[in-house]
Design a protein around this ligand. Structure first.
Ligand code: GLA
Length: 743
């Protein structure tokens, strides 16, 4: 059992292979976070806590004689508002009489040997792992709120999940104005915070800042997890690197408004609170009612950021993404979007299918524009019926044609949206989020459907179901192309309006659950204008998500690197598009575009008719290579190799197989130089004593291509000494090298 309770000292020990998490109940029943970090062998770490009388830090009434005991200075497992913990609160409530104080005390706990589930929300699945659950119940008996803190302990995978359920045990209504999923206090730390910010077409850029004495807030108020701030933060030692130092990860498994608050308090203690964004949140909990928060995934690494990423990659790949698509080979796809945009008909799509099959693609995805009067992005959303003017044979004809060429067929939807110019809006104007009597703010000339209204969810289920049963559709790309505003639901009362952003996400999860259950063999790919909902919540339904609308390989280096801190390569949708690139006009050689796109779920986003014979030849060999290294890329251990300083010159990353017998090393030069420095990287994950040879080289530099260098090195020499390559010259030169243990 990975969870133990020391009855005498009132300490819970949550142990994974390399980490330990401790919670203590003090003499007043307050729940104290006493430790999270490397294993300490069941030593009660509460000796670290000092009880000092800090001025203006008040004391609970029952301990008023003990001025050293204050909620303001104790490390808390779940902080509340009003009872003199002046730091960030995890829970804020308003009782019927207007009182906002909430003060929780321990009332009981339960330890079970399976992973808990959360009704209506995504969660990390127990699968075949040994997972234990601890539930600790806390009560404020004054207002009648019970809070149950859930901990899922994945012993072998070094992961602890958290989730909180809040129950109104009184007869009166209680309003919850904030309900975070987790709170954790790190008693002392000189730490940095890393978070992943950005914008449309430039998402998840890495930003590392030193924590100072204030509150750092990362979050989204866009109704979606957003391009702008991913719901994932890392707190690490100031000198932590990819290969050394203590690092904590907090990832929220949620696709809507979120907030991560990191506070350094008066005594240098660091508090991390993460959960649903509370800026426009007020949930009425009637007597007997319960509210479930989304789940948070916690990890700790004492060996730097690469190991922290590995823990997240493994748990997301194996326990978050749907199991049905974990071990099956995903098809190399061709998506027509950048090839045609809205300008296509049946003949054109069939030609693209012919071209895609010729170059070796395994699936054709028909993107936006196949339905309603969708000839531009101004009309048609909501009318999920094929446009017979464009596709006279219906979807069946184009799907059958793809199948006849040995390819699968996939289709684009944007379920949660509607255009003003659509039959759906004309017949159901009340199904849109819109303030009464006020014109809505438009985004891409579209409005957001009210997913908190069950009728809307039912309509979408039925209309998508009838499309999916009308042709052999084996893949759905699920898009979401605007931020949410004017959040007002006509299906709910005035008092319930601040529940809508969360109810919306519950409606989306409900629709996804119903569709993925009805169509278990259809793979759903997530998308929100690229990576606007690139989160573990969507990954519960979609094993892959279109990472960014930016397909430029050089910009993608930064986007995919930022994404790699929390999310595995198997979730990263990544395609080769035409050069010059449509988003930024840059020209990049096809080999470099391929090396970058191969670090994801590989595919093409272009019109094959526009390819030269040389490019077609190159694509055939890329697909062959990708399929050869599919397992290594998708399941191998991923290492970021280039340091921040290197990245002014080049980017490098590696995949190493779990047994360390092979590795794929990738280098892309982003700033070519005269009389250049050698490209130097130290590898990871190899077997120290084994000898390796390079048996495959793919490069944008023609002379290097397919010439295997004369290299025989031990794993130890490649890891301790490194690999020196180049210099490489030309336009964004790149090289991919496969190292194999010598037999
Ligand atoms: C979004 C997606 C694109 C494409 C368009 C279609 O921007 O990210 O890949 O599907 O919508 O409108």
């Amino acid at each position: 059992m990975s969870i133990k309770f020391d009855e005498k000292n009132k300490v819970f020990f949550l142990n994974t292979k390399n980490t330990e998490y401790q919670i203590k109940i003090n003499e007043y029943g307050m729940l104290i976070h006493s430790y999270y970090g490397g294993s300490v062998g069941y030593t009660d770490m509460s000796f670290l806590i000092k009880y000092l009388d800090r001025g203006f830090s008040s004391n609970p009434f029952e301990s008023r004689g003990n001025r050293g005991l204050s909620a303001d200075t104790l490390p808390s497992e779940y902080s509340t508002y009003g009872a003199a913990d002046f730091r960030v609160s995890a829970l804020m409530t308003v009782a019927e009489n207007g009182s906002r104080t909430c003060d929780l005390r321990y009332i009981g706990h339960e330890i079970t040997n399976e992973k808990y589930k959360i009704e209506g929300l995504p969660y990390v699945r127990g699968e075949k792992d040994k997972v234990d659950t601890l539930r600790i119940d806390l009560l404020d008996d004054h207002i009648g709120i019970r809070v149950s803190l859930y901990y899922g302990v994945f012993e072998e995978k070094d992961i602890i999940t958290r989730h909180t359920a809040i129950t109104n045990v009184s007869d009166a209504d209680i309003y919850i104005t904030k309900a975070a999923s987790m709170c954790m206090d790190i008693p002392y730390g000189d730490c940095d915070m890393i978070h992943f910010h950005g914008r449309h077409a430039m998402e998840r850029l890495t930003e590392r800042t030193a924590l100072t004495h204030d509150i750092h807030v990362v979050g989204s108020r866009r109704g979606m997890s957003s391009h702008h701030n991913n719901p994932f933060v890392i707190i690490c030692d100031r000198d932590a690197t990819e290969i050394s130092g203590n690092c904590y990860g907090v990832m929220l498994m949620y696709s809507g408004n979120h907030k991560e608050e990191i506070e350094v308090d008066q005594a240098n203690s660091i508090r991390v609170v993460s959960g649903i964004g509370d800026d426009d949140f007020n949930w009425k909990l009637a007597g007997g009612g319960s509210f479930d928060t989304p789940e948070a995934i916690l990890a700790f690494s004492a060996e730097g950021l690469n190991t922290l990423s590995f823990l997240y990659h493994r748990i997301i790949r194996e326990n978050v993404c749907p199991a049905a698509f974990r071990d099956v080979k995903r098809p190399v796809l061709l998506n027509n979007w950048e090839g045609t945009y809205f300008d296509f008909d049946e003949k054109k799509i069939m030609e693209i299918e012919d071209g895609a099959a010729q170059i070796g693609c395994e699936m054709l995805v028909l993107d936006d524009g196949w339905f309603g009067v969708r000839n531009s992005d101004n009309a048609g959303l909501g009318d999920w019926k094929v446009n017979l003017k464009k596709l006279p044979g219906g979807l069946k004809a184009v799907a059958d044609h793809a199948n006849s060429l040995g390819m699968k067929f996939g289709l684009w939807f944007e379920p949660e949206m509607v255009n003003e110019d659509s039959d759906l809006y004309r017949s159901h104007p009340d199904w849109v989020l819109m303030d009464p009597g006020r014109k809505p703010v438009m985004g891409r000339n579209q409005m957001v459907l009210d997913m908190s209204n069950k009728e809307v969810v039912d309509y979408l289920f039925e209309s998508i179901k009838s499309v999916l049963t009308g042709a052999n559709i084996e893949y759905v790309k699920w898009d979401f192309n605007r931020s949410m505003s004017n959040v007002y639901s006509k299906a709910h009362s005035a008092a319930e309006q601040q529940e809508i952003t969360h109810r919306f996400i519950l409606g989306t999860y409900d629709l996804l659950t119903r569709l993925t259950t009805a169509f278990p063999n259809v793979m759903f790919e997530g998308c929100a204008g690229g990576g606007g909902r690139f989160d573990a919540g969507m990954m519960f339904f979609s094993p892959q998500i279109w990472c960014s609308d930016n397909t430029d390989a050089i910009n993608r280096l930064k986007i995919q690197k930022g994404t790699s801190y929390g999310y595995p390569v198997s979730t990263v949708g990544s395609h080769i598009s035409a050069s010059p690139n449509h988003q930024n006009g840059r020209e990049v050689p096809i080999a470099t575009r391929a090396i970058v796109a191969m670090s994801g779920t590989f595919g093409y986003e272009l019109d094959p008719a526009k390819l030269t014979d040389g490019e077609k030849e190159s694509i055939r060999s890329q697909i062959k290579a990708y399929n050869r290294f599919y397992e290594l890329i998708g399941k191998g251990r991923y290492f970021r190799l280039s340091s921040e300083r290197d990245e002014a010159y080049f980017s490098s990353w590696e995949f190493a197989s779990e047994d360390g017998k092979e590795a794929l090393v990738n280098i892309v030069v982003t700033d070519v130089r005269a009389n250049a420095e050698v490209l130097f990287v130290k590898l990871h994950g190899l077997r120290p004593e084994a000898e390796y040879t390079a048996d495959y080289v793919y490069s944008s530099v023609e002379e290097l291509n397919n010439k295997t260098p004369d290299l025989v090195c031990t794993g130890a020499s490649l890891m301790n000494g490194g690999l020196s390559i180049g210099p490489l010259y030309g336009v964004y030169p790149s090289i991919q090298l496969h190292l194999n243990e010598k037999r």
